[in-house]
Write a protein that binds this ligand. Structure first.
Ligand code: FBP
Length: 555
């Protein structure tokens, strides 16, 4: 153990993550049950054609029984952490390692460094029990690092196959979100189609909470990250009540879906929470959104409350129709006009873009402050996404609301004071020490992945379910990755991708929020859920996210 570890970290090392009962006994008593053949969630014909070798596989579940013969011989397994960090990643590594060792003490695990690029560059370390001692139940991905390199060309697949085969590796575990697991599915198909005996298994990671469906109840990291953001938001609410002088505009992470914003709202009751999916469904413009927020400010000012909390999902701008169109045009422009890259000054970039946009998008672009215009022109990530983490939507909204209130003041429609403070809660939560829920869930996902690998499966996502029950009642198994796929338009082409789960406006979490938001707008009902509890009453220390409780019918 490192000499400078905190007392908490050293105490936390001794926490024993819980496992589903099926994994607690003798290996020879773990059987595997196969379900029915499966279909993709949409576009079955096309997905079947694209994944002819891995499509239609059955769901599998582990339960007591006779273990398959495939569990026997020693294997070498590789793993990679992919995409943004999420609390609990180290426990996936620990669970996978312990699961492999329990199956056969000669099994080995190799961690490729810095995300998928490590597979291409053949950079790795061997995972050992000694190394893991420093990382069990800790936050972060630093044990092997992570990255966003997208594996897409056959040259890349070939390089990965060569590096893994020459090391005698028979399986690769990819820990990632929807894009990374789409990559895992493509890789599994490529290996099978080319008779390369390497299996690929995924694990559902992302704080954004958007890798979920009927089979995957939640992605890991969401619970811890939202607990951190809720603690911070609750503290800001308390500050509002104490100082009574600021309007706090808090942008929370969540690249696309608003699950994080919604969970934070359910935990802390801010005065306004914007939900991108509702914005898109109602086709609200930036001006309409501004007006909605300004109305709450004015309503509260009339009650002498010149303070409040607004929670904003990180991906908001992409859901506002006129900005969505603008971003699509910008993506196209940036991808196809190499001369843009050579422009150095912000002024030249902005005027270049202006000349090439449609009239409608020129208007939308022109309505944004220059700082936001430049942020919208920043590099895309390797999957072609705008890096919304770099766009200061909270500042944009403060400015827009301030302007609206000035107009209303001028027309004697508003008489309050408005002083905005912007915050961005993102990186603060991604590497936090995992809650008990995430510690147990991640360890179980990794442990389960070892069994999927040992069973000789490929193209599966590790799935641990019934998460509202105590961990020993959780069910473990695997879901074919193709089952979650559909076709989406990316870079002007139809691409097979895992369907991203957005906030369901008919779902219980959103409805529960919507039923209370008018009350939260005017009353000071701020809740302070406090810090993550690792010890204490189970209802506090082991609490699952509100979203999961509402979705899975416990509330
Ligand atoms: P993943 O989807 O890879 O889990 O990452 C999610 C996320 O944390 C988003 O919430 C955020 O927009 C993004 O990563 C930030 O990425 P980066 O680390 O590249 O700044």
């Amino acid at each position: 153990m490192k000499s400078n570890v905190s007392a908490l970290q050293s105490a936390r090392t001794s926490y024993k993550p819980k496992l589903p009962k099926v994994f607690m006994g003798n290996v020879s008593k773990i059987g595997m049950k196969l379900g029915k053949a499966t279909h993709s969630i949409a576009d079955q014909k096309e997905i079947h054609q694209l994944f002819s070798k891995t499509y239609g596989q059955p769901e599998v579940s582990f339960q007591s029984g006779k273990s398959p013969a495939t569990f026997k011989g020693a294997i070498k397994v590789a793993m990679v952490l992919s995409g943004g960090q999420a609390p609990g990643g180290h426990n996936v590594v620990a669970g996978l390692f312990d699961g492999l060792k329990k199956l056969n003490s000669k099994n080995t695990l190799r961690g490729y460094l810095g995300g998928p690029s490590g597979l291409l560059e053949n950079k790795y370390i061997e995972i050992t029990d000694k190394l893991l001692k420093e990382y069990r139940n800790t936050g972060g991905f630093d044990i092997i690092g992570s990255g966003r390199t997208k594996l897409e060309s056959s040259d890349q697949f070939h390089a990965v196959a060569k590096n893994l085969t020459s090391a005698g590796i028979t399986a690769l575990v990819v820990v990632g979100g929807d894009d990374s697991n789409t990559n895992a599915a493509v890789l599994a198909e490529y290996f099978k189609a080319h008779d390369i005996p390497i299996r690929v298994i995924g694990c559902p990671k992302t704080i954004d909470g958007d890798l979920k469906n009927d089979q995957i109840e939640i992605s890991f990291g969401f619970d811890t990250a939202t607990k951190v953001y809720s603690e911070l938001t609750g503290n800001v609410g308390r500050d509002c009540l104490s100082a009574k002088k600021y309007w706090h505009f808090i942008k929370v992470m969540g690249r696309s879906a608003s699950h994080i914003a919604l969970e934070v709202a359910l935990q802390t009751h801010p005065n306004v929470t914007l939900i991108s999916e509702e914005v898109a469904a109602n086709q609200w413009t930036l001006d309409q959104i501004t007006e909605q927020v300004a109305k709450v400010v004015a309503e509260r000012a009339a009650k002498k409350k010149n303070y409040g909390v607004v929670v904003i999902p990180e991906g908001l701008l992409e859901f506002i129709p006129e900005i969505k169109k603008l971003i699509a045009e910008l993506n196209d422009l940036l991808a196809h006009h190499q001369e843009f890259e050579k422009l150095e000054s912000a002024h030249h970039k902005i005027s270049f873009v202006h000349q090439h946009l449609s009239v409608e998008s020129q208007k939308a672009f022109g309505s944004l402050p220059p700082s936001i215009q430049i942020q919208l022109l920043a590099d895309r990530d390797p999957h072609g996404n705008v890096q919304v983490a770099k766009i200061e939507t909270e500042k944009l909204l403060i400015e827009a609301v301030e302007l609206k209130l000035k107009q209303w003041k001028h027309q004697s429609m508003y008489h309050g004071k408005f002083s905005g403070q912007g915050h961005y809660f993102g990186y603060e939560g991604r590497c936090a020490a995992p809650s008990n829920f995430d510690s147990d869930y991640c360890y179980s996902l990794g442990f389960n992945a070892a069994y999927l690998v040992a069973a000789g499966l490929t193209g599966y996502l590790s799935s641990v379910r019934d998460l509202l029950k105590p961990a020993d009642h959780w069910k473990a198994g695997g879901v074919p990755l193709t089952m979650m796929m559909n076709l989406e338009r990316r870079h002007g082409k139809d691409k097979p991708v895992i369907l991203k789960a957005l906030v369901e406006l008919k779902g219980k979490p959103f409805k529960t929020f919507a039923a209370q938001r008018e009350k939260w707008a005017v009353e000071d009902d701020y809740q302070s859920p406090g810090p993550i509890q690792f010890w204490g009453p189970v209802e506090v220390a082991n609490a699952a996210p509100e979203t999961l409780k509402l979705e899975r019918g416990k509330k």
